[in-house]
Design a protein around this ligand. Sequence first.
Ligand SMILES: [Zn+2]
Length: 91
Amino acid sequence: MDDSHLEPGAGDCADSLKELYTFLDGELTVERRTHIRQHLDGCQNCYEAFDFEAELRIVVSAKCRDEVPDELRARVADALNKLRQGDEPVL
Ligand SMILES: [Zn+2]
């Protein structure tokens, strides 16, 4: 099994976003993590989503999970929804 030659595409974006959560939880295999990292390197949209989510995880893990403000949660959900819908991110 070798899918490393596959080109990143629109379907790959949706795939990568879905796996971001698993990736951040450290529950993906080395192969899947490498695949996602390679996609993030070439996809600004997904990289920004990943960066935002990763930052959130750091904040959350430094505190109690239950203390994440609803506003922050909403911002993450909104950002990911926009990416999934294919809108241009506001830079
Ligand atoms: Zn992407």
